[in-house]
Design a protein around this ligand. Structure first.
Ligand code: 13P
Length: 339
């Protein structure tokens, strides 16, 4: 786990999340006008993983079960996904939660499932080549009671149980408690909820005896809701996010990698940049990215399922990777979007 953490959190790199569930991947393919089939999911994932130079800015990839077990076209032959990732120098991660279900008695709230039988599944993933894992929970914000304490605590407990099982198997757990962006809530409200959620998660992690030194936190940035009339500047987002993390994330945690959560690529890059450009940014943790949408778009639209567009799509992916690598050094500017 120490070797995996060192490799994942190497300075100047982040993670590529490409572990969408079948339904989510199909929705994204369909939105880009691509047939939502197993073949197209496989081709899209081969395009991502086979991008030359991906390892320049990406240290690890998070895969879905479907992808981990597949062979992919590397341009010359079909090779196992594991081989392809290893050839690219990437650590292999696996999404192990089984998605969200309604939380009984709490309308509109979700709890993430997948703990039953998780131990043997983790052992099987490790034998296949995975070195780290991911489990995502979601909470939404509204003006009334959401997220409820029940939702926060049920999800925090599951995250801690998952993380303990990962460490017992020698897999580094990525702990992903997400506060969703949908809604009219303010930046301050998002900060308050994110602090409460992360506080509960670390409480549970410690209660379950999880080693904080051997996990990575994957939180949302603190952002005003999508429908909030007052949108914050990157500097405001960075200040609120850092204040939140400093209050609740123990210094023992080696790394914090943000999800993008539906931000556009340039938005996510400029906010990540602001986090690294704050004058007093002496941080106890490595602060990096683990984006799915903010790296994969617009590459997916550019590809559009056409083999002839593969090169252009890969160039678009690498552009986003390089923008985020620049952001990790506080060197991202909007001008980089128009070279
Ligand atoms: P987004 O960056 O698209 O939010 O996805 C990250 C992720 O891994 C979701 O679980």
């Amino acid at each position: 786990m120490i070797d995996t953490l060192r490799a994942l959190l190497v300075p100047g790199k982040g993670l590529l999340a490409m572990d969408e569930r079948v339904g989510t991947c199909n929705q994204r393919l369909a939105a880009a006008g691509i047939a939502a089939t197993a073949e197209m999911r496989q081709a899209w994932r081969a395009l991502l993983l086979g991008t030359p130079q991906l390892g320049e800015g990406i240290s690890g990839v998070i895969l879905h079960d479907e992808t981990l077990r597949q062979s992919l076209d590397n341009g010359r032959s079909m090779v196992s996904t594991v081989q392809m990732a290893q050839d690219a120098g990437l650590q292999i991660g696996i999404k192990v939660d089984l998605g969200t279900q309604d939380l009984p008695g709490h309308a509109g709230e979700k709890v993430t499932e997948g703990l039953d039988g998780l131990g043997p599944r983790l052992q099987a993933y490790r034998a296949l080549g995975a070195r780290f894992a991911k489990w995502r929970s979601v909470c939404s914000i509204d003006d009334l009671a959401r997220p409820s304490l029940a939702c926060i605590e049920a999800n925090a407990h599951a995250l801690a149980r998952y993380a303990g099982l990962c460490q017992a198997t020698g897999l580094v757990p990525i702990v992903e408690p997400e506060v969703l962006m949908a809604g009219p809530h303010s930046l301050a409200h998002c900060q308050q909820v994110t602090e409460a959620l992360l506080g509960s998660v670390f409480n549970q992690l410690q209660r379950q005896g999880v080693a904080l030194e051997w996990l990575i936190l994957k939180p949302n940035m603190v952002i005003s809701g999508l429908e909030c009339p007052q949108q914050s500047s990157p500097a405001e987002v960075a200040r609120a996010t850092l204040q939140c993390l400093r209050r609740v994330v123990p210094a023992a945690v080696p790394g914090v990698v943000f999800l993008s959560g539906g931000q556009s690529g340039p938005q996510a890059s400029s906010r990540l940049n602001a986090l690294h450009a704050l004058p007093d940014a002496t941080l106890p943790w490595v602060l990096s990215f683990s984006f799915a949408r903010a790296l994969q778009h617009p590459a997916l639209d550019i590809w559009a399922g056409q083999a002839s567009q593969q090169g252009a799509a890969r160039a678009a992916l690498m552009h986003r990777v390089r923008c985020n690598v620049a952001a990790l050094r506080g060197r991202y500017t909007p001008e980089l979007e128009h070279p």
